[in-house]
Design a binder for this molecule. Structure first.
Ligand SMILES: [Ca+2]
Length: 143
């Protein structure tokens, strides 16, 4: 029997390359990250995460995944905001800063189609006195 399979554009499977972030789940510490001493590892009852205690100063945690090469990537993380505005920064292919500001908690996702080879991803406050947690940071190439 002949079968015909119909697919809408919404059914197209997107596949991803391997995880490029080291210790994005913060299981036991902040290893693999470059962090201002302000940052604290939070055990969070067994699901460790990175904690930015309340501050209005620029105190960043960052990582530059080794194999970023200028193709497209899915960048996502879990944000728990206590207060303030949280900034994510990376560089585009021209070397310009790309900033995304968040003022709510939740799973945050950025699809990146223009990225500098070897860029780092920085998490910090934007302008306000800010307190927040991050976990499950992931960068994967869109294949
Ligand atoms: Ca975790």
């Amino acid at each position: 029997m002949k079968k015909t399979l119909f697919m809408s554009s919404g059914d197209v499977a997107i596949s991803y390359g391997p995880e490029l972030v080291t210790n994005g789940t913060f299981d036991t510490d902040l290893s693999g990250w470059t962090a201002d001493a302000w940052w604290v590892w939070d055990a969070n009852g067994g699901d460790g995460r990175a904690y930015h205690p309340s501050s209005g100063d620029y105190k960043a945690i960052s990582q530059n995944p080794a194999t970023l090469n200028g193709s497209s990537y899915k960048f996502n993380f879990d944000l728990t905001r206590v207060t303030g505005d949280i900034k994510i920064r990376y560089k585009n292919g021209a070397g310009g800063n790309v900033d995304t500001i968040y003022t709510t908690s939740g799973l945050k996702e950025i699809i990146i189609t223009d990225i500098q080879t070897g860029t780092a991803f920085f998490f910090s406050r934007n302008t306000l006195t800010t307190e927040f947690y991050i976990d499950n940071v992931s960068v994967r190439e869109i294949l």
